[in-house]
Design a protein around this ligand. Structure first.
Ligand SMILES: C=C(O[C@@H]1C=C(C(=O)O)C=C[C@H]1O)C(=O)O
Length: 385
């Protein structure tokens, strides 16, 4: 384990070298552990069939490059990060941030028109659900990626919190609540996440029928595609409320067993991405609607990222530390991928934030706009000093 200060000083040197790297922490990490992979050469690596091992960074579109930092080409570092003070994610602070980045009227109009067009298309029976998003670019007073990432680590302990750099993509940061795929041997886990409301310290969370139905669409679709892909023993949890920064979502955990064949986990990834949590239903029609109407390139937003086929050593029993039991430790491959939400691209002195939401027949344009404003707060809150 490296000392944190030593790591960040090393990272600053690495940034000067312009070689790729990624720093990341898993959600709810009990021992405060943060991981990093610092690529030790200037080559550009891509992922072709998900048989590779390393950290993957994939765009929304299946026509663009999927980047990879291969395990064999990078120095692997771990350190522990303890927040300087207990920062909470409550509403008061969110409202306070509002003044730093005023909203533009034109952005609102454009987004509401886009949503209305989708609602009309859905009502005409061409679509069931489509996720529509926008990009908001703001000036950052101190655009130091390391400073901003430390804020992110302090603030969002229940998210997958990352800082990525590649000479061809530039800097990306994010705090996403959504697991795309977790595999360990032949077990896997994914989740259906949808429905959004503000967290207001409410003791009882009430969900509207619209949100309940929207989230169920996502769950049903995922269950169906998994069954079509030969996944066995599929189980799902009851829907529960998941807190992500200043927001609440409805979540269903889905687990199962998959048969490993020569294609590895590629069929699983290809059937899940993009889920109706970020694209829509039916998938191809929704994708078409997005590409034709959103009017900007999502790049890595609503793509996915994380550890791919990484070798992990596990003790058979975490309590058995004596010599005798050492022989029971095993090495196996695991994958932990997340959907790239609540993220931003850092470029020059600007940050581009990406935010969206699911549209169904019952969606109201102004409420959908507000939802994106609220989602943007997650990342705006870490930009300020
Ligand atoms: C699209 C986003 O989030 C997704 C859409 C949600 C919704 O429509 O309510 C909720 C969580 C995510 O699955 C985003 O954060 O930009």
């Amino acid at each position: 384990m490296m000392e944190e200060a030593k790591f960040f000083s090393k990272l600053r040197d690495h940034i000067k070298s312009k070689n790729a790297f990624v720093v990341y922490r898993f959600p709810n990490e009990e021992n405060q552990r943060v991981h990093a992979l610092l690529q030790n050469n200037f080559q550009s690596f891509t992922c072709s069939d998900f048989s590779e091992s390393g950290f993957v960074f994939a765009p929304f579109s299946d026509k663009e490059k999927i980047y990879l930092i291969p395990s064999t080409e990078a120095e692997k570092i771990e350190f522990q990060h303890y927040p300087e003070s207990k920062v909470d994610e409550d509403q008061a602070e969110v409202i306070f941030q509002e003044g730093n980045f005023p909203q533009r009227e034109k952005d609102q109009k454009d987004h509401e028109n886009l949503v209305q067009k989708a609602v009309d298309t859905i009502k005409n029976g061409h679509l069931k659900k489509v996720v529509l998003s926008r990009k908001e670019t703001v000036q950052v007073h101190d655009p130091d990626p390391v400073r901003i990432y430390k804020n992110l680590l302090d603030k969002y302990s229940s998210a997958f919190a990352y800082l990525w750099f590649h000479p061809e993509t530039g800097f990306w940061l994010g705090a996403t609540p959504e697991t795309l795929l977790k595999t360990e041997r032949n077990r896997f886990k994914t989740m259906a996440l949808a429905g959004t409301q503000l967290f207001r310290n409410q003791s009882v969370v009430k969900w509207e029928q619209k949100e309940i139905e929207e989230q169920k669409l996502v769950t049903d679709y995922i269950l169906e595609t998994l069954a079509d892909n030969g996944i066995e023993r599929i189980e799902k949890s009851d829907p529960y409320t998941l807190k992500a920064g200043n927001l609440l979502h409805i979540c269903t955990d889905i687990t199962g067993t998959f048969q490993k064949n020569e294609n590895g986990i590629a069929p699983l990834i290809n059937s899940l991405h993009p889920t109706p949590a970020v694209c829509g239903l039916p998938k191809e029609k929704a994708k078409e609607f997005i590409l034709e109407n959103e009017g900007y390139n999502r790049k890595f937003y609503t793509g996915f990222l994380g550890e791919l086929n990484l070798k992990t050593q596990v003790q058979r029993s975490s309590r058995s530390r004596n010599q005798e039991n050492q022989q029971f430790s095993a090495i196996f491959e695991s994958t932990r991928l997340f959907v790239n939400l609540r993220c931003l691209e850092l470029k020059g002195g600007d940050a581009s934030l990406f935010v969206g939401g699911g549209i169904t027949k019952d969606s109201i344009a102004t409420s959908e706009w507000m939802e994106t404003v609220n989602k943007a707060q997650t990342m705006k809150a870490i930009l300020v000093k």
